[in-house]
Ligand binder design. Sequence first.
Ligand SMILES: *[C@@H]1O[C@H](CO)[C@@H](O)[C@H](O)[C@H]1NC(C)=O
Ligand SMILES: *[C@@H]1O[C@H](CO)[C@@H](O)[C@H](O)[C@H]1NC(C)=O
Length: 196
Amino acid sequence: MPKTFSKRLPSTFFFLFALLFLSINLASAKSNGFSNTLSPKKLGLKREKLSHLHFYFHDIVSGRNPTAILAASAALTNKSETGFGAVVMVDDPLTEAPERNSKLVGKAQGLYASAAQHEVGLLMVMNFAFMEGKYNGSSLSLFGRNTVFSTVREMPIVGGSGLFRFARGYAQAKTHAYDFKTGDAVVEYNVYVFHY
Ligand SMILES: *[C@@H]1O[C@H](CO)[C@@H](O)[C@H](O)[C@H]1NC(C)=O
Ligand SMILES: *[C@@H]1O[C@H](CO)[C@@H](O)[C@H](O)[C@H]1NC(C)=O
């Protein structure tokens, strides 16, 4: 067998095999209604843009109308220095300025839970449901780790809806005010997201 032939043979086979595989794949994509490939234009997606959102998050745990409530805890939670196991459900107002009565731009709805035993580290799973201007009805989904005593905490934005479809990015949270007596907190958020 000439050397060149023996060398070429495997790649020829590979090529034919790939062709076969590809045509089977294309045929199956055509023949079922479960999935197909779309051009972004078909969904009305034009150019991806980067947006910056700035607001204040009010975690109100005290008083007659708390917006953050303990929803679950474990038998050992109140023996833990970090409240490990506590799950708090929130419907926290998001405002334009640090004052609670400043313009409402949305709500943070979801939960935070104490997920660390040796430092205060929260698991944050929540949606920012916006109400302001063109963003009314659109939302961003945050999923991340929040070590609340760090100066700036960064958490991923993993998706969104409405104007924030296909969103991805990050949020930076910085405590603006914390009342040690009541436990109420005001947190400044800067959110950077790519979306269409
Ligand atoms: C911990 O919580 C349990 C049940 O809620 C309660 O009975 C107990 O007194 C608490 N312990 C402390 C140290 O607060
Ligand atoms: C946001 O949308 C809701 C439902 O469409 C509407 O009732 C509400 O007035 C809107 N709010 C603002 C601030 O535009």
